[in-house]
Design a protein around this ligand. Sequence first.
Ligand code: FE2
Ligand code: FE2
Ligand code: FE2
Ligand code: FE2
Length: 402
Amino acid sequence: MVDDFQKLVKDCFVLISLTQDLVIHSNYHHGLRCAYLAEKIGEELIPDEKDILFFAGLLHDIGAQGGAFHLIHFPDLKTQMINDGIREHPYNTTHLIRMFPFLFEGQHRIADYILHHHEWWKGIGYPRQLREEQIPLGARILRAADAFDIYSRSGKDRNEIIPENALHLLKSNGEIDPVIYKILSNLCKSENFLYEYRVIENIFYSHYEKKKIKFLTSELDSNLVYEYIGYVIESKLGASSPGHIYADVLYATQIATALGLSSQEVKDIKIASYLHDLGKLAIPSEIIEKPALLTEKEWEIVRAHASLTIELLESVPAFKKFSFAGYHHERWDGKGYPQGLKEDEIPLGARIICIADALDAMTSRRPYRPTLTFQEALIEIEKNSGTQFDPHIVPKVLEIYR
Ligand SMILES: [Fe+2]
Ligand SMILES: [Fe+2]
Ligand SMILES: [Fe+2]
Ligand SMILES: [Fe+2]
């Protein structure tokens, strides 16, 4: 039981890290690589804290915005400083680390290191322009890991990793602690290091398995882990659709219960509702928050969130079984996305979340269309029964809400 919980929390960290790194068509695995790098450097400088540094590296950017704002596109300090979303991300990430519902050993250190992970050795970084030894050593290690990964990929193709580029730049720009620079340049002499660094997505899990999180609380409730992921998503999408995730959870759980599903099925659908829009974090926020109707091209990008959700959930073991959440935009008549499944081909949970999603969308405030009352929304659901929505579920929905 404790072991399962341990796995769940670790996979929750990986899921959030991967989500942050996801850009349409690509995942840079920046968090995974920074975890690996921070631990490697930590082994030399603070061996007692190498696991803490590993988790700090994994999570260091989770408060940043997704999509077009992926940090690896902003290697230049000046550009980072004038972009609100980027300048604030050390605070946002620190907040998310402290909000985690279970206290664990090293949590406060991880938060502290992440808060200062953009401070530069020569004192021109952010948020506080600390310099040299004023910057906590763990934060200096994170800065080095972060910068090394970003500059290694400063060539034309961001997926190509050229460590020499990073070493060349970091040698003279005053960004990282010179002691850490030496460690990095030594690491780059090791074939094994370079190999593992390049193929991180293949070696990460075997490495990760050995890591342990030591919880400081005895009541370990897995529901709170899923709620936390919902909170992380909500904290990023809240500006465009406040409360959407929680509304979906509420309606989907009510509908699943009313349909007489088993308590395990209801529980799974509830969890899937927390996760259903995960892929939206990879959509540029200027599209998500656009206060007008979207162009066809923008719609195409928004629609990608469904397949991204499936892809993300399927790539992390503890979340695989909830990947059905990503089918919540399929339609009963087969005209939905991402796969154009129809009728019973669509997982039951997704058919339920689809109605919950529509109920909240219609009754919420959107700048480009009027907000319907709950009763008006039910009329729409009824009208679209058998085309958009499962005609076996709609009568139940009308029964419980009318
Ligand atoms: Fe960062
Ligand atoms: Fe980063
Ligand atoms: Fe969606
Ligand atoms: Fe949604």
